[in-house]
Design a protein around this ligand. Structure first.
Ligand SMILES: [Zn+2]
Length: 150
């Protein structure tokens, strides 16, 4: 198995997993552009946003939107990017459908500027920061009748 996200989900590769359930997983980007840069993945392997079926798209995008709300409303980030890259020309590096949720604590200079390797201390800090708010994902799923395992 070569897909790094599938390997993380199977416990074969190290990764920081914030949430897993309802067909999605939320992990910390290993190369964050800001503190709290998240990736929302489908649990199933699909290559890109065009390949995942609608039920999976709904789960991934609603999770990303819920997390964007946590950043803006609860954690007071002045901005958030929610974006999927599809295809190498668009900057997709890992071919397993995922949506970036990037809180902007200050005005961004360039979209990917400031990208660096995630440190363990920062990762633990981000997980602690988000843990009290992660129930919003279940609430969003439930409100749409999506809160069951696929
Ligand atoms: Zn995969």
């Amino acid at each position: 198995m070569e897909c790094v996200f599938c390997r993380i989900l199977q416990g074969l590769e190290e990764g920081y997993i914030l949430y897993r359930g309802n067909g999605v997983a939320v992990i910390l980007d290993k190369y964050p552009v800001s503190k709290g840069h998240l990736l929302v993945l489908s649990e199933e392997h699909h290559e890109g946003v065009q390949d995942a079926p609608p039920s999976v798209l709904a789960r991934v995008w609603i999770t990303a939107s819920a997390l964007a709300k946590v950043y803006r409303v609860e954690l007071k980030a002045p901005g958030v990017n929610v974006v999927a890259n599809s295809g190498g020309a668009a900057g997709q590096v890992i071919y397993h459908f995922h949506v970036h949720v990037i809180p902007r604590w200050e005005s961004m200079r360039g979209f990917w500027s400031g990208r660096r390797v995630l440190g363990g201390d920062e990762a633990r800090e981000v997980l602690e920061m988000l843990k009290p708010h992660i129930t919003i994902v279940e609430e969003y799923m439930e409100s749409l009748g999506l809160s069951e395992i696929l």
